[in-house]
Write a protein that binds this ligand. Structure first.
Ligand SMILES: Nc1ncnc2c1ncn2[C@@H]1O[C@H](COP(=O)(O)OP(=O)(O)O)[C@@H](O)[C@H]1O
Ligand SMILES: [Mg+2]
Length: 294
């Protein structure tokens, strides 16, 4: 067998912003693999020419979800795609959050509003206010927080999403994000490293689609409770054995217990420049995925 060829999948807009990308290419090459950055939406290579394609900075996927999922399905037909297309599809819609909750994972309370369904004023208020976001989103797009008593504004936001035919999510605002959100990163099911970052929705009542996505990201040592919650979340995904990489974003609830805010199985920033010790486990997970017949 010759040198295995790996496509590290990025996007037209993501390649320059992805600080993990050059580090990953170097780590894979150091591990004896042939690695190349390929934009899913621009380069149109023969994906079948690669032994494995690992999705990384496809950061425009939420705006073109149907196209992206079709790309994932088609690519998975001709090469090994990680994470698998089925999990990519499952993870692309935040309706997975109530699913995880139903499987006993501590998750931020999540109300799902469907276009055409009913919603009530009571859905839009709480002691710390609420957050409204689309079910399909990344980078806090079309997401805002509303202070207590601003339920009418929150409802208007949700109705705007629903009128566009989008599913909306309403959650209580977790004020302890202001002490930091955590992101725990796993490779091949094993914990690698974590970061903490500052809260994003600092200004209430505002949709801002140009936020810095991970303000103040810094290395972080998770607590046992955080590790437990993150592992429980990963164990509850439909095919837990099929995760090359995963990022579990956690925040503390009012009882200071970690709850899942988001599970990132598609194209998470892995924060490898501030945690370079994760590069080797990442490359090992790719090598292990190559060995599967998928
Ligand atoms: N319920 C919430 N309480 C506090 N902050 C929230 C809440 N939901 C979202 N946020 C803030 O908005 C950011 C983006 O929301 P998130 O659910 O991670 O969606 P995505 O990253 O997919 O756009 C989070 O990192 C967090 O700072
Ligand atoms: Mg997020």
């Amino acid at each position: 067998m010759g040198t295995a060829r790996i496509a590290v999948v990025t996007s037209r807009g993501g390649a320059d912003q992805d600080t993990d990308l050059p580090l990953i290419l170097t780590a894979l090459r150091t591990a004896g693999l042939s690695a190349q950055a390929v934009a899913w939406d621009a380069d149109a290579p023969g994906w079948g020419g690669y032994d494995l394609a690992v999705i990384r900075s496809t950061w425009d996927y939420a705006d073109r979800l149907a196209e992206f999922l079709a790309w994932a399905d088609a690519t998975a037909e001709v090469t090994r795609l990680w994470n698998p297309a089925r999990l990519v599809r499952w993870n692309s819609d935040k309706r997975y959050l109530p699913e995880l909750a139903a499987r006993g994972v501590p998750v931020v309370a999540t109300r799902v509003l469907e276009p055409g369904g009913v919603c009530e004023a009571a859905d839009f208020d709480g002691p710390h206010g609420v957050v409204v976001k689309p079910a399909v989103s990344s980078g806090a797009r079309d997401t805002a927080r509303y202070e207590p008593g601003r339920g009418a504004d929150a409802e208007r936001h949700a109705r705007m999403l629903l009128d566009q035919g989008r599913t909306a999510i309403v959650q209580p605002y977790l004020p302890l994000v202001e002490e930091g959100e955590r992101a725990l990163i796993f490779f091949g099911g094993t914990f690698s490293h974590a970061i903490r970052k500052q809260a994003l929705l600092t200004e209430a009542g505002l949709i801002d689609n140009f936020r810095v996505p991970h303000p103040g990201a810094a290395p972080y040592r998770p607590s046992e409770a955080e590790l437990r919650t993150a592992r429980a979340a990963l164990a509850a995904v439909p095919a837990p054995g099929d995760l090359l990489f995963a990022r579990v974003d956690l925040a503390l609830n009012d009882a200071r217990e970690p709850v899942v805010m988001e599970l990132e199985l598609i194209e998470p920033n892995l924060f490898l420049s501030i945690n370079p010790q994760g590069l080797e486990p990442f490359a090992e997970a790719v090598a292990a995925a190559l060995a599967t017949g998928r």
